[in-house]
Design a protein around this ligand. Structure first.
Ligand SMILES: [Zn+2]
Length: 340
């Protein structure tokens, strides 16, 4: 088959690779229905994360099981499944506590920007649908695999409750999913920091009530102004820079919660500021597996359409164009169509 390989910064190629094989009795092989490019793929693409050797890309996936190892019990060939970008056994103490992204057997999924992919620990990682989803549902289910699961976790980690005032820092795909999540969890007001018209439009569609188009001290002042000087009950930090963390901390009310899901790059925090600020913080790679059954059901019931976040669709052979478009911020998130 052909698959997506990152050779060096700005050098991504769709090239020949051996077909994935069952390597362990707990593996499954999927034929992917569609795949996509993640904001986090841009860190190595931009050279902000080292690329030491050619790297198979892609960790968001859904599709049909075509083969399973001898020990796999909960999924079988022919079933449509969705998995998390974090591989997990779903049985260890951390999984049992809901933190599948800290699974003792965990690893990160890779190689999913391809027509076929190997998923380790299939029993613990994959969730099957009862029936074959429609093409529209496939796009929504693909978003569940990472981007929605991550936005959802941000909202959970920030403690979003019915009636809450929520601030979302970041208008990338995860931030937009954070808006969707906050709305589903009953937030009354949802503010989002955004300076891009197309992203603002989608944020409003997903339930945002206020757009804050300024940054830095001005942005902080605007959020405080909009919240009667109190700050937000819950803040979703969906970027991972020093500026976005400063924004999140300054805009969260004392006793409020910050859920941070942007992978921090070059961020340092002041312990005294945290001490006197009295804000709860929980973050990290999202334990998407915990939320998968609920989120898949919401999609299948037609309650949510996270797939609207894909604003550019390309055949997978043109994956390099997709990276370039996301890098240039010409696309929020790129859907890659896999030829059958
Ligand atoms: Zn585990």
């Amino acid at each position: 088959m052909f698959a997506t390989i990152l050779h060096a910064p700005h050098d991504v190629r769709y090239e020949h690779l051996p077909d994935p094989q069952i390597l362990k009795p707990t593996d499954a092989i999927l034929q992917l229905a569609a795949t996509c490019i993640c904001g986090s793929d841009l860190w190595p693409y931009r050279g902000l994360q080292p690329v030491e050797r050619p790297q198979p890309m892609g960790h968001e996936y859904c599709g049909t099981v075509v083969a399973v190892g001898a020990d796999v019990r909960t999924v079988k060939p022919g079933q449509f499944v969705v998995g998390s970008f974090c591989i997990s056994d779903n049985t260890c103490p951390h999984c049992a506590y809901g933190f599948h992204s800290s699974c003792t057997q965990g690893e990160f999924m890779s190689g999913a920007q391809a027509p076929f992919a190997r998923v380790p620990l299939a029993d613990g990682t994959l969730v099957a649908t009862a029936e074959m989803p429609s093409p529209d549902q496939v796009v929504d289910l693909l978003a569940v695999s990472d981007v929605l699961g991550t936005g959802w976790y941000a909202a959970h980690a920030a403690g979003v409750k019915p009636g809450a005032v929520v601030l979302v820092v970041g208008d990338g795909a995860v931030g937009l999913m954070g808006v969707l999540a906050a709305k589903q969890l009953g937030a009354e007001r949802i503010l989002i920091m955004s300076r891009h018209a197309s992203r603002q439009k989608l944020a409003l569609e997903y339930g945002a009530t206020d757009i804050v188009a300024t940054r830095g001290d001005e942005g902080i002042a605007r959020v405080l102004d909009l919240t009667r000087g109190i700050g937000a009950d819950s803040v979703l930090e969906c970027v991972g820079t020093q500026e976005s963390f400063a924004q999140a901390l300054a805009c969260c009310r004392p006793g409020g919660g910050i859920g941070y899901v942007g992978v921090p790059h070059g961020v340092t925090l002041d312990a005294r500021q945290l001490f006197f600020g009295q804000r709860r913080m929980l973050g990290g790679p999202a334990p998407v597996r915990r939320f998968l059954p609920d989120l898949m059901q919401r999609v299948l019931d037609g309650k949510i359409h996270p797939g609207k976040v894909f604003d550019l669709e390309l055949p997978i052979a043109r994956v390099a164009e997709g990276y370039a478009a996301m890098d240039a911020r010409e696309a929020i998130k790129v859907l890659l169509r896999v030829a059958a």
